[in-house]
Design a protein around this ligand. Structure first.
Ligand code: NAD
Ligand code: DAU
Length: 354
């Protein structure tokens, strides 16, 4: 049977960008996408790609063993696991789906990959597993994991299961950890697309606490290029760090967006801080860059301008999302009586200052 790459979570933000990249740069590689199509999965993210005879889609759950086994038995020889519950605020509301998909789902995938003698398993993970870091420290891949949120705790557990699979059974597992992604097709619950779409609607931009939390922003295409290299060149049992070195406060990012959109800073509303909010994430990417021969190519300025352009020219895509189930989510969090309803002008105590 011919070679097939399974992409779980391929209907989400990063997974769909990865499918697009893989079709462009590895046109001979057949792809199977397995996606549960949760609220975050969207067939429109694969616009045009599903007509391609080399791309097939199965709607299913990575925690459903029978479904996973049937998909792997189609001749899959490598797997990239993007499938996850990915939003920190939702994990604070209720962690059960995070445990079920991120932990149980990953463990089912690993076991079934072993049974089906899959040649390589790439687990897509996050810088959040290291917890908050005071400047100027950057996390190295042998640093201890100190996750703060239920989301990052579930991702850390999944990483440990993946690495344990390699150590115990000798399977070929690679883990990547990346910083905050931005770019096209990102669901508007995440900070950047939330702020862009709110500003376009002249609605308030809810900044948690003092807004001085720091994230490193990587363009999703740079992340996907790193993932492809890790899949092809990474060594079994290794952890690779994918970050752009673009560390900025949330307030700085919001001001950049407003300036590009020509909207007034008065739209910014400081609200109650996120519980357990990590103050800063940062990855040491040196050895990954050397070993994989990878480096990001998007500048933040250009990448943000392109991202804003994309949201401007795809209003139908996000209008549809924002008028559906999303409305009750938004009201629950940001509406009257919601966790982030209260305006605050002072530094709040939610953030984890390392
Ligand atoms: P996303 O929420 O946009 O997409 C997740 C996708 O997984 C959706 O298509 C959803 O339908 C699917 N899915 C969820 N549960 C599933 C299940 N049980 N079975 C099959 N499919 C399921 O997420 P994203 O932002 O694209 O993140 C993708 C991966 O990258 C995640 O593992 C996340 O932890 C990791 N990551 C994200 C970022 C970021 O900044 N977004 C940074 C580092 C790592
Ligand atoms: O660091 C990688 C992680 O980045 C990924 O593993 C996660 O899947 C992804 O969701 C993202 O997590 P964050 O919590 O950093 O992203 P989010 O977009 O939710 O928030 C970014 C920052 O902006 C964070 O400090 C919280 C803040 N924020 C977020 C929202 C949604 C606000 O100030 N206001 C908001 O309304």
């Amino acid at each position: 049977m011919s070679s097939k790459l399974l992409i779980t979570g391929g209907c989400g933000f990063i997974g769909s960008n990865f499918v697009r990249l893989a079709r462009r740069v590895r046109p001979g590689q057949a792809l199977v996408i397995l996606d549960k199509l949760t609220y975050a999965g969207n067939l429109e993210n694969l616009d045009g790609l599903l007509d391609d005879p080399e791309v097939s889609l199965v709607r299913g759950d990575i925690a459903d063993r029978r479904c996973v086994a049937a998909v792997l038995d189609r001749g899959v020889d490598r797997v990239v696991n993007f499938a996850a519950e990915s939003h920190v605020d939702r994990s604070i509301e209720d962690a059960s789906a995070f445990i079920q998909t991120n932990v149980v789902g990953t463990q089912v995938l690993l076991e079934e990959c072993r049974r089906a003698a899959v040649k390589r398993f790439l687990q897509v993970s996050t810088d959040e597993v290291y917890g908050s870091l005071a400047p100027p420290a950057s996390a190295r891949s042998d640093d201890p994991l100190t996750p703060s949120s239920p989301y990052s705790a579930s991702k850390a557990a999944a990483d440990l299961f993946a690495l344990a699979d390699h150590k115990t059974y000798g399977t070929d597992v690679v883990v990547t950890r990346a910083t905050n992604n931005y770019g096209p097709y990102q669901f508007p619950e995440k900070m950047l697309p939330l702020m862009i779409t709110q500003a376009l609607e002249d609605r308030p931009l809810p900044v948690y606490g003092d807004g001085l939390q720091i994230r490193d922003w990587i363009h999703v295409e740079d992340h996907c290029e790193g993932l492809l290299l890790a899949l092809e060149r990474g060594r079994p049992g290794r952890i690779y760090h994918l970050g752009a070195g673009e560390e900025h406060t949330n307030l700085d990012m919001v001001h950049r967006l407003l300036a590009q959109l020509k909207k007034p800073p008065t739209l910014i509303k400081h609200v109650t801080d996120r519980p357990g909010h990590d103050r800063r994430y940062s990855l040491d990417t040196g050895s990954t860059r050397d070993e994989l021969g990878w480096a990001p190519t998007h500048t933040l300025e250009r990448g943000l301008a392109q991202t804003i352009e994309w949201y401007l020219s795809h209003r139908g895509w996000w209008d549809k999302i924002k008028s559906g189930e999303y409305r009750s989510y938004y009201e629950r969090l940001y509406g009257t009586g919601g966790r982030y309803a209260a305006t605050t002008s002072e530094v709040t105590r939610g953030s984890q200052v390392p």
